[in-house]
Design a protein around this ligand. Structure first.
Ligand SMILES: [Fe+2]
Ligand SMILES: [Fe+2]
Length: 187
């Protein structure tokens, strides 16, 4: 017999609200939209992280676009195609981050003023095709580190933002892998 006795339930285990309590809480502060009183994260900090990530994604879109249009030489066609694909995916990441910012009752910062200062990743043009791939790989590695840190910071306090960061992290890891194989192919 393997019944769990009530005394075996850890004391720090989160409690579940009954339906009337849940309904009552949802009716309060309805202007807060998706942000309910059960939102456990520090909203201001989460919004700041989301806006920094948004800036980084926008810088990555711009850098990949520049690289796409400047790619030239024998190796260029497949590399240029990869740059364009990444640019489009970074734009989707930017859109998802902006959407989440609005859900959390914040404002997405799309201002070009100070964009590169807000971004973790850098905008480096790169003189040769190889330089461009290298710079993109460095930017992806920065993105991977920062998303990993933000996921760790969020813990279980905001599962939706955490899932978004995890999905983007997986895409950045794929980008880094793509660039790394392109570099190896050129050696
Ligand atoms: Fe991205
Ligand atoms: Fe990326």
């Amino acid at each position: 017999m393997n019944t769990v006795m009530l005394k075996d339930v850890p004391k720090d285990r989160p409690t579940l609200s009954d339906i009337p309590t849940l309904r009552k809480r949802a009716r309060q502060h309805i202007e807060a939209g998706a942000v309910t009183s059960g939102y456990a994260a520090d909203r201001e900090t989460v919004l700041k992280l989301l806006n920094e990530a948004l800036a980084a994604e926008l810088v990555c879109v711009l850098r990949y676009k520049r690289h796409y249009f400047m790619a030239a030489g024998t190796h260029a066609a497949p590399v240029a195609a990869e740059f364009l694909e990444h640019a489009n995916e970074e734009m989707q990441h930017a859109d998802s981050l902006a959407k989440r910012i609005v859900e959390l009752r914040g404002e997405p910062n799309f201002s070009p003023d100070g964009l590169s200062a807000r971004s973790h990743a850098e905008y480096v043009e790169g003189a040769t095709l190889k330089d461009m791939i290298k710079e993109d790989l460095i930017a992806e590695r920065i993105a991977i580190e920062s998303y990993r840190e933000m996921i760790g910071y969020l813990g279980e306090h905001d599962p939706t933002t955490r899932r978004l960061f995890k999905d983007i992290l997986a895409a950045e890891e794929e980008h880094a892998e793509d660039l790394s194989s392109l570099l190896q192919g050129m050696a």
